[in-house]
Design a protein around this ligand. Structure first.
Ligand SMILES: Cc1cc2nc3c(=O)[nH]c(=O)nc-3n(C[C@H](O)[C@H](O)[C@H](O)COP(=O)(O)OP(=O)(O)OC[C@H]3O[C@@H](n4cnc5c(N)ncnc54)[C@H](O)[C@@H]3O)c2cc1C
Length: 490
């Protein structure tokens, strides 16, 4: 079809506000950036979000599970990620998962008790308890607001604002233009944090970026998550364990029935499960792909539910459609090509970075599940100033993005972006020239156990040194000794 165009008339926009740090997007990354910036001493922060709640995929997308935070008996990500759970633990039934005091345990009684819950027991033998946490998304929405309200002197929250464009002066970001029920307006800022997950800002600044993940990865799929109530998930798990062939057949039949892969997974409650789904080869910034994901998922929910009732009556006899996530499940679209691009090498060789800002949570198909360092340069764009880009669009190649864009890395890089922006704003430097040692020290004060730092509990480094990490450590050592630097050469 011929591409028609329309020349929009130039327009004079009202300036809605000005600030030191403007955060676009209130998902796991953006919310963490705002809270961390306020706690690091920034006073003039605006956090903008297109919907009416915080959390993005984690709350509105019903992605209700944070996997593999621990390695042996240590939880590595910590910081604001653990704070979500320590806060939610006070609300009966809002979280479920092995607590930090039992992780790493090989006690067969505990292993047996948690085996049913996906990712709470390590995949490799000897099996150990892993810090993986399931949470109630609406309770998290409430808690995320509370965290912002605790800093209401520093953070102004603007819901229902859809940011459409950066304001540029040369290669410097100076603010954004947004749409709302009040019309089209501008906001000026000294530093902008793009936490939209889809690079809505950086993709319009001239900063290099890439698109879409490798089509074999989870990240090349979209989803619309929904939940089923009236389930007995323990019985469903027992059924799967005692009838592996029937369970495999169920997976095949569900995929056939829906036309895309879908699977009921556990939640924070035994009587509710979430149905995760994977629509292949979709771009979550493409209108047609977004629309088809919404319609095709909803259009199959009744059939999927009916099939589960018939196939596994012991668990689904009384099952009903509990609810549908209010927003599309978005895994990956545009990716930053930042000052450092993370690749499989960083997992294979367990790269060390002087500018480390966060630990990668320990889930990955190619390494032995050891924690991996994320450098500041992975959220710092090339060529453009006053901009940071934490969260699921951070700088990684089309495969590594699949391991990086889970919730803990979004919280961790968001927290680091907030601290870096606060240090830059309060010391009058730019985010490119920020004193990274100061940023790291503040992150450590904010409970992020960064490596090789004398202020961090030494048992963390002892843990990684004792067990080593990287791709099947022996192989990595041999490769290093032979001078092999590329994972793909192995
Ligand atoms: C179905 C599914 C299952 C998943 N399973 C897991 C899992 O089990 N465990 C796990 O850890 N991770 C999982 N993930 C990945 C994880 O949920 C996301 O990568 C993570 O939550 C992303 O956080 P974020 O803050 O970077 O981005 P998002 O959560 O996408 O947040 C971006 C925010 O910015 C807002 N926004 C976007 N554009 C604009 C704009 N132009 N103007 C204003 N606001 C804007 C959005 O509304 C949103 O609130 C899954 C993802 C999906 C979709």
């Amino acid at each position: 079809m011929e591409k028609r165009t329309y020349i929009e008339a130039s327009n004079t926009l009202p300036v809605y506000d000005e600030c030191d740090i403007l955060i676009v997007g209130g998902g796991a990354a953006g919310h963490s950036a705002a809270v961390a910036a306020a706690r690091a001493g920034a006073k003039n922060i605006i956090l903008m979000e297109r919907y009416g709640y915080m959390g993005g995929d984690a709350t509105g997308g019903y992605v209700i599970m944070v996997p593999d935070l621990s390695w042996y008996n240590k939880s590595f990500v910590r910081g604001l990620q653990e704070e979500w759970f320590t806060r939610l633990e006070k609300i009966p039934g809002a979280v479920m998962g092995p607590s930090n005091d039992v992780i790493g345990s090989e006690d067969p009684v505990l292993i047996d008790a948690w085996r049913a819950i996906h990712d709470c027991v390590s995949r490799n033998a000897p099996h150990r308890l892993v810090r993986s946490v399931y949470f109630e998304p609406n309770q998290l929405k409430i808690e995320m607001d509370k965290m912002l309200l605790e800093h209401k002197d520093a953070i102004r929250v603007l819901y229902h604002c859809w940011i459409t464009k950066p304001i540029m002066e040369g290669n410097q970001v100076k603010g954004v233009i947004f749409e709302s029920k009040e019309g089209r307006k501008a906001i000026f800022a000294k530093i902008v944090i793009d936490a939209t997950g889809d690079g809505d800002i950086f993709s319009q600044t001239g900063a290099p970026y890439a698109s879409l993940a490798d089509s074999d990865t989870r990240s090349s799929t979209t989803a619309l998550v929904w939940r089923i109530g009236g389930v007995n998930y323990d019985l469903f798990d027992e059924w799967k364990r005692t009838r592996p062939q029937a369970a495999a057949e169920l997976r095949t039949q569900l995929t056939k029935l829906a036309g895309f892969r879908c699977m009921p997974l556990p939640s924070n409650q035994n009587d509710i499960c979430w149905v995760n789904n994977w629509h292949p080869d979709r771009d979550c910034t493409n209108i047609k792909d977004q629309t088809e994901t919404e319609i095709n998922t909803r259009n199959t929910m009744r059939e999927v539910l009916e099939y589960l009732r018939e196939a596994v009556p012991m668990a689904f006899r009384n099952a009903y459609l509990y609810d549908i996530a209010p927003q599309l499940g978005t895994r990956c679209s545009r990716r930053l090509k930042g000052e450092y691009i993370m690749t499989a090498n960083d997992w294979a060789f367990a790269s060390h970075f002087d500018d480390v800002i966060a630990w990668h949570s320990t889930i990955c198909q190619i390494n032995d599940c050891g924690p991996v360092e994320i450098p500041y340069r992975a959220i710092l764009p090339q060529k453009v100033e006053n901009l940071l880009c934490p969260g699921r669009h951070l700088s990684a190649d089309d495969v590594a993005i699949d391991w990086l864009n889970l919730i803990p890395q979004c919280v961790g890089t968001g927290q680091a972006a907030g601290v870096a922006a606060a240090v830059a704003a309060t010391s009058g430097t730019t985010v490119r020239d920020v004193d990274i040692k100061r940023v790291q020290n503040i992150l450590i004060d904010q409970d992020v156990p960064l490596p090789r730092n004398e202020r961090v509990d030494p048992s963390y480094m002892q843990c990684v040194e004792e067990h080593e990490y990287g791709l099947y450590t022996e192989l990595a050592k041999k490769a290093r000794a032979e001078g092999i630097k590329e994972f793909r050469q192995w």
